[in-house]
Design a protein around this ligand. Structure first.
Ligand code: ATP
Ligand code: MG
Length: 245
């Protein structure tokens, strides 16, 4: 498999805090790559600097499908095919669920008029299981539905690579199971995916490969079942005492 995304030497500091320290990794075509790591290990910062929303890296290179994204604006990066969802809900609360999709859709979808655009938006909502919520204000739908709305909004941009930051945070166990199915379906339909999660069962069941970050560096990388048994990973999450039990 060739790589769809290549990250080389990414760094980002906030004052004296080195949130991401010379991080390099790649994502293969068609792969689901999981990212785990303790709170504050730099996972969301990594997505921020890759997409330049809201800020880019201090140093590092990013190549998507053979094309450098280093000089691109956030908008150009999305147009090149890299889209994300955020850890916290970022929808427009006063707009309806359908309108949230419409505002994310590229201009080309409106070429043949609003009706065509609305049809595509409705199809995207049906795809993530939100068909019956289309006309409700986004502020009134559940956390789970807002997660799915963010995903549909990202899909509206026709990405090649989708970055999911904690898509299952705050979901009930049956909702987590459904989210796993949705992530698999999006991947089966052709997207390569990087997913950040604290819910290890989700990472183990969807990921082809798992990275663990600690203090902005790669602590471990490999097959999910091996990585979660790695002594250094257990220590990073639970502390040395727990790892010795
Ligand atoms: N805009 C910012 N300004 C200053 N410090 C920041 C900023 N964003 C993140 N940080 C700091 O960088 C570090 C990494 O934060 P980040 O949000 O990337 O962690 P995370 O791995 O996503 O954590 P969590 O699992 O809790 O979501 C933390 O110490 C955080 O306080
Ligand atoms: Mg985070």
């Amino acid at each position: 498999m060739t790589d769809i995304l290549v990250v080389r030497g990414m760094s980002k500091s906030f004052g004296a805090l080195k949130a991401i320290r010379g991080l390099s990794f790649s994502l293969a075509h068609g792969e689901i790559l999981g990212i785990a790591g303790p709170n504050g290990s730099g996972k969301s910062t990594l997505f921020n600097i890759l997409t330049r929303i809201p800020f880019g890296p201090d140093a590092g290179e990013l190549v998507l499908d053979g094309k450098s994204l280093d000089r691109m604006s956030p908008r150009q990066i999305v147009q090149a095919g890299l889209a994300r969802i955020f850890q916290t809900e970022t929808d427009f609360e006063t707009l309806s669920v359908l309108e949230n999709i419409l505002v994310a859709m590229p201009d080309e979808d409106f070429r043949h008029g609003r009706r065509d655009a609305e049809k595509r938006a409705a199809d995207l909502l049906a795809y993530v299981g939100l068909r019956d919520q289309a006309d409700r204000p986004a502020s009134e739908i559940t956390v789970y539905d807002r997660k799915k709305l963010m995903i549909a909004t990202a899909l509206a941009c026709r990405p090649k690579v989708l970055l999911l930051d904690e898509p299952a945070a705050g979901l009930s166990p049956p909702e987590v199971t459904e989210m796993i199915e949705l992530i698999r379906r999006i991947n089966a339909d052709g997207l390569s995916i990087i997913v950040i999660e604290h819910i290890i069962s989700l990472l183990v069941s969807v990921s082809n490969r798992l990275l663990v970050l600690n203090f902005g560096e790669l602590l471990a990388e490999g097959a999910p079942k091996d990585v979660i048994r790695d002594r250094r990973v257990i220590e990073a999450y639970l502390g040395t005492a727990a790892a010795n039990v």
